[in-house]
Design a protein around this ligand. Structure first.
Ligand SMILES: NC(=O)c1ccc[n+]([C@@H]2O[C@H](COP(=O)([O-])OP(=O)(O)OC[C@H]3O[C@@H](n4cnc5c(N)ncnc54)[C@H](O)[C@@H]3O)[C@@H](O)[C@H]2O)c1
Length: 348
């Protein structure tokens, strides 16, 4: 009689931010490929991605911590959860707004096997998703925009710029707008340093000037409610990466061709598409998902504004985290915690 192989004693690793950075920095095209593969698995029904759970605080309404549990089959083959805080007041104190950890669980045993610093993973997957959408939507419309505009310029805007540049976008003009003049000028300096000598960088005090000056617009504010309300600003039909989700009025959403990452997820939690649905009582203004764009099922028009609103799927975090874990494991530098799982014998 043969016996099944005795299960390996589970191990547990901790992957700090420095190792995550080392695994992802300079490999932006790999991260975009990882994110595209995860979107395809999601579109093919090979993921489980329940609603994000928002922990909010009655005495600190600007702050939140979100849990994103998920499971991915296919080449990724893990379960897990990202636990990500957003405390916008951190920025004034010199700390990033977002901080996060992500736990990977073994698909067979359910055992957690790694905890990764995840603010970098989260920013990277967000930027990779934005760059992927921008590339596919722009190519389908027949032209890569050369004039980019950044509306709200923190860490996410910087990552999106890096991922756009690493994935074939070449800009001649970059506009910047932020409620904080310090942030706007700091980001403009960053663009001048990293964008090459042919990039003309302008800080726009008026949001209207920024919107009208860009053919690719990136919204990465922390606005809780729509503050851009005039559809006439979009008369030149820009491609809009609406990453912060709550900047555009329902009227602008309804005037645009809309693509989301996941319809059920994105039309929730007071996002601009959710407000648009509440206004008109249907979802017909959503043309489809990024997966539909990837498969060619839908094609964006050139004669309307095109708005991509990504809610941010936990499956993307898991896919990028597994990519990082595999890289660190292969380099032989994985930090495991000896004896992390202790009670392993049923009767002692
Ligand atoms: N959809 C996704 O998958 C996803 C993932 C990660 C982050 N995000 C979102 O991206 C946004 C940016 O994140 P971050 O870490 O860069 O934040 P951050 O706090 O570092 O930067 C946000 C910037 O926006 C500016 N700002 C706020 N309100 C503004 C307004 N009304 N007009 C102009 N500027 C304004 C702030 O001054 C700040 O400089 C957040 O809303 C976050 O929730 C979305």
């Amino acid at each position: 009689m043969t016996h099944a192989a005795a299960p390996q004693a589970p191990t547990f690793a901790v992957v700090p931010g420095a190792q995550v950075h080392e695994a992802l920095h300079g490999r932006e095209q790999d991260v975009v490929a990882t994110v595209e593969a995860a979107y395809r698995l999601h579109g093919e029904g090979l993921t489980v991605n329940p609603d994000s759970y928002f922990l909010r605080f009655p005495d600190r309404p600007a702050d939140r911590i979100i849990a994103l549990p998920a499971s991915v089959k296919g080449g990724v083959g893990v379960h897990g959860i990202k636990w990500i805080s957003s405390f916008p007041g951190n920025v004034a104190a010199g700390l990033p707004r977002a901080s996060a950890v992500l736990v990977l669980n073994d698909a067979e045993t359910g055992y957690p096997f790694a905890c990764l610093e995840s603010s970098i993973i989260s920013a990277a997957r967000t930027a990779a998703s934005a760059a992927l959408a921008a590339a596919r939507l722009a190519d389908a419309r027949g032209e890569r925009p050369r004039r980019v505009g950044f509306f709200g310029v923190g860490l996410i805007a910087r990552y999106i710029h890096t991922y756009l540049a690493a994935n074939g976008f070449e800009f001649t003009e970059a506009g910047v707008h932020d409620l904080s003049a310090d942030h706007a000028h700091g980001f403009a300096d960053y663009l001048r340093r990293s964008g090459g000598e042919h990039l003309a960088v302008t800080v726009h005090e008026k949001p209207e000037d920024l919107v009208r000056s860009a053919d690719l617009l990136v919204f990465a504010t922390v606005a809780g409610e729509p503050h851009v309300t005039d559809p006439a600003w979009f008369a030149h039909h820009p491609l809009v990466l609406h990453v912060s989700l709550r900047d555009l009025s329902p009227r602008i959403v309804l005037d645009s061709w809309n693509v989301v990452d996941d319809i059920e997820h994105c039309l929730k939690a007071g996002t601009s598409p959710h407000l648009a649905e509440q206004l008109v009582g249907h979802r017909e203004f959503v043309a489809g998902t990024l997966y539909d764009v990837l498969t060619g099922a839908i094609t964006p028009p050139a004669d309307r504004p095109v708005v991509f609103s990504p809610f941010g799927l936990g499956v993307l975090d898991l896919a990028v985290a597994k990519h990082v874990y595999d890289h660190v494991l292969a380099t032989g530098l994985l930090h495991t915690v000896p004896g992390f799982f202790h009670e392993l014998k049923r009767y002692g």
